[in-house]
Design a protein around this ligand. Sequence first.
Ligand SMILES: C[S@@+](CC[C@H](N)C(=O)[O-])C[C@H]1O[C@@H](n2cnc3c(N)ncnc32)[C@H](O)[C@@H]1O
Length: 251
Amino acid sequence: MATPNTQDIKRAVQERYAARATGAVAACCGPNAASAEPARGVYLGADLSALPGEVLLASAGCGNPTALADLKPGETVVDLGSGGGIDCFLAGRAVGPSGHVIGVDMTPQMLELARSNAQRVKAANVEFRQGEIEALPIQDATVDVVISNCVVCLSPDKDAVFQEAFRVLRPGGRLHISDMMLVGDLPQAIKDDPHRWAECVGGAEPKGTYLARLRKAGFQGVAVEEERRYSSEPGLENLRSVYVRAVRPRD
Ligand SMILES: C[S@@+](CC[C@H](N)C(=O)[O-])C[C@H]1O[C@@H](n2cnc3c(N)ncnc32)[C@H](O)[C@@H]1O
């Protein structure tokens, strides 16, 4: 199999998450796959207890990017690849009625699910926009915090994602991401398979490469907060769920 091109990856990702939104495939990740080890940057029972089952079922992340983001009332938050909306609803609760949360996702079925979940949660300060995280439908320097949960690993153009996150953040704005990364190599057959990309595996990059991309986009204070092994599948020994923080420097 040849290295997949951008279109093949995006098609596989959209097909997977369209099926996920309609309940046709189970999650490869999400709160049910949370580590049994004590860890920071994951969901706690108290985070989830007030959310409806539909929101939890749709969750497909590999951490909890709101956990260490220190969200404050009145802040504007953008969630890259918001899926069924779980992190948007947690962020919406933290920023309160004077704050605003924008979830961006490219899969129409996920947006439909997220919008119906917003009605269930009565999340008046959360909106969902269709778009690609490589070209965010958001104005420059209007956002306080960018979060994302197990999505950048799905993008064939991670530099574009980080440049866009930097563009929409105000100077001093923060980035908090949970994502899949590598601490060694992956079997080539996994890297070459668009369906393994869609499972948040094939597109995972070495941690150093990922952090260097953030710095190249202009971020400072790039730091790993938490890291844990994520899968016991043979071949995935080097896969990690990693929680990263960074800031857009003040001008
Ligand atoms: C693994 S799910 C994670 C969803 C959510 N963050 C969560 O934790 O439940 C990935 C989501 O990102 C979306 N996505 C993947 N690549 C994207 C891209 N390039 N632009 C916009 N959305 C994307 C998918 O449609 C899907 O809803």
